[in-house]
Design a protein around this ligand. Sequence first.
Ligand SMILES: [Zn+2]
Length: 447
Amino acid sequence: MTLLVSLFIMNLDIIFKAKTPVKFGGAGKWKQDDASKLFSSSQSMKFSWVQGLICFDCGAAFDFQYLLKCTKCGGLLDLVYDLPQTNWADLTDNNFQGMWRFHKVLPIRNPAHIVTLGEGSTALIPAPRLARSIGIKSLYLKYEGTNPTGTVKDRTSSTAVSSAKQFGASAITVVSTGNAGASLATYAHRGEIPSVIFCYHRGDPIKMSHMSLMASKFCVFEGEYDDLIRSVDQCVEEGLAFDGGATRNSFKHEGKKTIAYEVTEALGTVPDFFFSPVAVGEIFIATYRGFDEMQQMGMVDRMPTLVCCQSMQAQPIVAAFQSGQPFRPTTIQPTIAKGVAVGDPGPKGPRVLEILRQHSGMALAVSDAEIQEAQSLLAESEGLWAGPTGVVSLAALIQAGRNKQIPSNSSSLCIITETGLTSPYPPAQGQVVKTSLEDVRRLFSCV
Ligand SMILES: [Zn+2]
């Protein structure tokens, strides 16, 4: 009861803090450099340069607050920052670790609210043997498996739980197939915010064990995923918990934006092609925002060609892009890449499609066989073991190379989103040996 009352009070607070939305600059989509003029004076000395929120659909502007959708039209909201012309030395802060070195372009205003386990600053691994076999000049892998729970989700869990703390939420929730639930529960635990985590009963066992250890309340569901999402979204809108889902919370997805910053800082430029897996569209939209911000700040002069990578079993965005049709949710089939098994990504689906069309991007779908091939090839040629979801981007690059869809003198980057150590894999097949010195010595002769 106490929880309900405090959340109700928090909601009232949010409602009364919201000001009348400001409409600006005619009809159509907003541009972030125009949007920043709507807010107060330069904040370049502040911990975060964040200013407020803008509705992507109607252009209504809102003061900085926790808001999941436009109160005018129900549209998707984007965070707006006051971005000065700058350079790497002024943008980054090495007093902080990992992705929080980029706190000026993250939406947390008070460092005391940051909940972190050292996520970000992941390895950027050159993959020359893979590049040769694909037939391109250079390939880099942004390997997210070294994050604290082994996935890229830790970046968004950090910004989600930090935001929950910033806005005084009493609980946080997510519906997950594995990685997101384990990651969010871990960060909520770290931040001492109660978590309610839902996981499909066919989730990977090790991920479910992880979730059950970390979550305040771990719930296994058997019914329809879409029905559960609707119910949980309703509870979030009633203020029963902070939204830890990927479809609407603009504060949460900002963490993944730092991938674009880290890659560009390390390479000194942007790669020609940037391959991202797309489920709901968090990584794709967030990294697009990162590249767009760097252009506004004069740090890069071009955008990479963004490549949306989906599974053939769940490819609503690829299907719409390739057919030239408007976005439509689709029915999905089971895939080994459970993390991209989404047929209805919500409002971010049309947004991904629009970015692809505006910026001459590419959209590719890969089969489970291609995913398994990419997993093996990555292990054999570069010594890296990633999960099926983690290699969807690489499988798409291999396909694009085979079909001559990218020039041979180009550079590519694939985000490898997860370690392979938390996914099911075939049992090991070691050689049974005797233990005598002679038998052991003989084994070395063939190495
Ligand atoms: Zn709106």
